[in-house]
Ligand binder design. Structure first.
Ligand code: SF4
Ligand code: FES
Length: 245
């Protein structure tokens, strides 16, 4: 099925199988998101991408586009909700940006800036979380994990190693490493693996690379999260257009 949808009054085409997010990004319309990455199957966990479609709130990264769909995306109300979600993510983990090697390159932090977040607003949980430095080249700090499952998807679907998984439910959900010891150093993960480079926060870091880019030249010093995500979409689209021609 293909056709057109409108987002905030702008009409754009979609093709069979495309979600609202796919159609929007392909048309250069930005819907804020964290767990979506056009290289992977949608996951639908962060909820930042919630839009109003035909009067109903839906996650745009998982909702298929349908002919004539009327979508509302960029409103103060929806952006306030998105800001609150980012604030919740900040207090749920230990995101101490001034001491994090990912600062300036972190999508969670960039989402905070993009949505004009001034403070975490909610009470911090300060959860005691594990830091795993057992791997010679890769560092894992669960204090900064937002459970987007991008590393899970990358390791399973691209690296074919399934190094990561998610354990428990609700507030107890956490990322686990699939080795008998539970340590990253005891897996076959390599620094060249896709999973080593997809984390949107500072939870998975490459060792000995921290603070190499001066302030002012880091990724999100140079561009907004919106610009970054629209460029990311372009990188995965075939040259002759989103539907291949
Ligand atoms: S470690 Fe990073 S990529 Fe993996 S689930 Fe956590 S935030 Fe997402
Ligand atoms: S981007 Fe849709 S739920 Fe995270």
């Amino acid at each position: 099925m293909s056709g057109t949808i409108t987002i905030d009054g702008k009409t754009m085409p979609f093709t069979g199988g495309q979600t609202i997010m796919d159609a929007a990004l392909a048309a250069g319309v930005y819907i804020p998101h964290l767990c979506h990455n056009p290289e992977f199957k949608p996951h639908g966990s962060c909820k930042l991408c919630v839009v109003e479609a035909n009067g109903r709130n839906v996650t745009s990264c998982t909702m298929p586009a349908s002919p004539g769909m009327v979508v509302v995306n960029d409103t103060p109300e929806l952006n306030e909700d998105r800001k609150a979600l980012v604030q919740m993510l900040f207090v749920e983990g230990n995101h101490i940006c001034p001491a994090c090697e990912a600062t300036g390159n972190c999508q969670l932090q960039a989402a905070g800036y993009y949505l004009h977040m001034q403070s975490p607003h909610f009470m911090h949980f300060y959860p005691p979380r594990r830091v795993d430095a057992s791997h010679p080249d890769i560092f894992l700090d669960l204090n900064r994990c937002i459970l987007c499952e991008l590393c899970v998807r990358a390791s399973r679907d691209i690296d074919k190693k399934s190094v990561f998984g998610i354990s428990s439910r609700g507030i107890d959900s956490h990322l686990v490493v699939n080795s008998e010891s539970g340590r990253l150093g005891d897996t076959s993960m390599a620094v060249t693996d896709k999973a080593a480079h997809v984390c949107p926060t500072g939870a998975i870091l490459i060792k000995r690379k921290g603070y190499t880019v001066p302030m002012g030249k880091r990724l999100f010093d140079q561009k907004t999260l919106r610009e970054f995500h629209l460029e990311q979409q372009k990188r995965v689209e075939p040259e002759d257009g989103p539907d291949g021609g």
